[in-house]
Design a protein around this ligand. Structure first.
Ligand code: UDX
Length: 453
């Protein structure tokens, strides 16, 4: 099929690459001319494992443009995958979505087209996008000649495993007003639903994966599924972090507690890793948006609100722990291992490391940091934060009063602990993710401190 994708961020570019890989003709549109030029050269503007390989494998089916008139008129399916950052009062800022809907309305072809909201948008946005497109068509005097429908197809990919999650999803959710619309998207996703495509060599299919469930529902339900899923995952993490606080007081081991409850199939072991809390572009934004939407209907969401509160408390817990160890933070040097909001990405949006650094700086500490991939982005995006970046973990540790493991990059599990401890003023390691071997660290001369316990 002929597909246009508006927006070349994580969601748009991954969707475009995957659909092209499955054999569709895909045009990716973005207003940023530099980004489009880089993509044409085969460069990916952010770090995402295997995305560059997939784009290269699918290049015969892919084109990149800043011009709506080159991508929209021919498209049978148009995905809108633009950013919806948090705006005033927690509600998402929809200006990019509005611009995309106008662009689509301006250039829509004469055949039946399905316009798909892939961005995480407030409930009711499907109808709103439909209205914006219709208004633009009518303004141009082409009302009767254009026929389109709006659908919602929420994205569940995780950064760092975006390609895997897109090629081998747990489910595909489509929200649409009429069966005809859902059928178009069913046809588009057929190779993925039936898993009939040949997997890329770098991402083999698991033997356990069968056919992918297809959930066809109305627009509002699909839109709510996205928010409800993200809020649930966020509160699962906050729940284990809250239990972690109690575990510390009663002398229990939170990792064992998480395993002990997670092996109950009704609960599940995933998203029960306690630590400095969740960050990233989705959980904070989507929980805020859910609360904002509910308040428009005069509904409170105390569970979601509490998940947010607990998450902020986790960051503060890092500072309290360091204070307990060092007594005074002013003038101390604290080293952060990891800046990205999670491993395998250079994304810094709502990264716990940034909030922790900010709070340490406010208390007069000096902050050093290392990250295997996110340092360049940090330099670009956060020049306001007075953090000294070091090329190695050893550099972060040198003469530091304490280290904090903030992002659980695999390479931080196997450092030369003896050398690190020897170079520090006081060899304290605060494990913010419960991933380090406390016996091994103690043997190397560290005082190992977990975030809880
Ligand atoms: C999330 C959802 O998982 C995905 O389905 C949705 O489409 C977008 O939002 P993402 O933000 O990319 O994906 O990363 P995810 O792996 O969910 O991690 C989010 C945050 O939670 C990270 O900061 C991570 O460190 C933290 N986390 C995750 C925990 O603290 N504990 C866990 O057990 C799992």
């Amino acid at each position: 099929m002929n597909v246009a994708i508006i927006g070349t961020g994580y969601v748009g570019l991954t969707t475009g690459a995957c659909l092209a890989f499955l054999g569709h003709e895909v045009s990716c549109v973005d207003a940023d001319a530099n980004k489009i030029a880089a993509l044409r050269r085969g460069e990916v503007p952010f770090f995402e494992p295997h995305l560059e390989d997939l784009l290269a494998d699918a290049r015969d089916n892919l084109s990149f443009t800043t011009d709506y008139s080159q991508a929209i008129p021919e498209a049978q399916v148009i995905f809108i995958a633009v950013g919806t950052p948090t705006g005033v009062g927690g509600a998402p800022d929809l200006r990019y979505l509005e611009a995309a809907a106008h662009g689509v309305g301006e250039h829509l072809g004469p055949h039946f087209t399905v316009i798909v909201n892939k961005s995480t948008v407030p409930i009711g946005s499907g109808n709103w996008v439909g209205t914006l497109v219709r208004e633009r068509i009518q303004r141009n005097g082409a009302g009767g000649a254009k026929c389109f429908a709006v659908a919602s197809n929420p994205e569940f990919l995780r950064e760092g495993s975006a390609i895997h999650d897109s090629l081998y999803p747990d489910r595909v959710v489509i929200g649409a007003g009429e069966p005809k619309t859902a059928e178009v998207l069913y046809t588009l996703y057929r190779p993925l639903l039936d898993q009939t495509f040949t997997p890329p060599r770098y991402l083999p299919r698991s033997d356990r994966l069968g056919a992918v469930p297809f959930i066809s529902t109305d627009l509002s339900s699909a839109e709510l599924i996205k928010y409800a899923a993200n809020a649930f995952l966020a509160l699962k993490i906050s729940y284990i972090n809250e239990i972690g606080q109690l575990a510390e007081r009663v002398g229990a081991d939170i990792s064992q507690v998480a395993r002990g409850i997670g092996l109950d199939a009704r609960i599940g072991t995933q998203f029960l890793h306690a630590g400095v809390g969740w960050g990233g572009s989705c959980f904070g934004k989507d929980t805020a948006a859910l609360i904002a939407t509910a308040s428009e209907y005069k509904l409170e969401m105390p569970i979601v609100a509490a998940a947010r509160q607990v998450n902020h408390r986790q960051r503060e817990r890092v500072i309290e722990k360091l204070q307990e160890e060092l007594k005074i933070l002013k003038g101390r040097t604290i080293g952060l291992l990891g800046l990205a909001f999670k491993p395998q990405t250079d994304d810094l949006r709502e990264a716990p490391a940034l909030e922790i650094a900010q709070r340490l700086l406010e208390r007069g500490a000096r902050v050093r940091a290392h990250d295997p991939v996110a340092m360049e982005r940090f330099r670009r995006e956060r020049p306001d934060l007075d953090v000294t970046l070091c090329e190695t973990a050893e550099g972060v540790a040198r003469d530091a009063d304490a280290l904090v493991l903030v992002t659980e990059w695999p390479q931080y599990r196997e450092l030369d602990w003896e050398a690190l401890a020897a170079g520090m003023r006081s060899p304290i390691m605060l494990d913010g993710r419960y991933v380090l071997d406390r016996v091994r660290l103690a043997r190397a001369g560290f005082r190992y401190v977990a975030l809880a316990g």
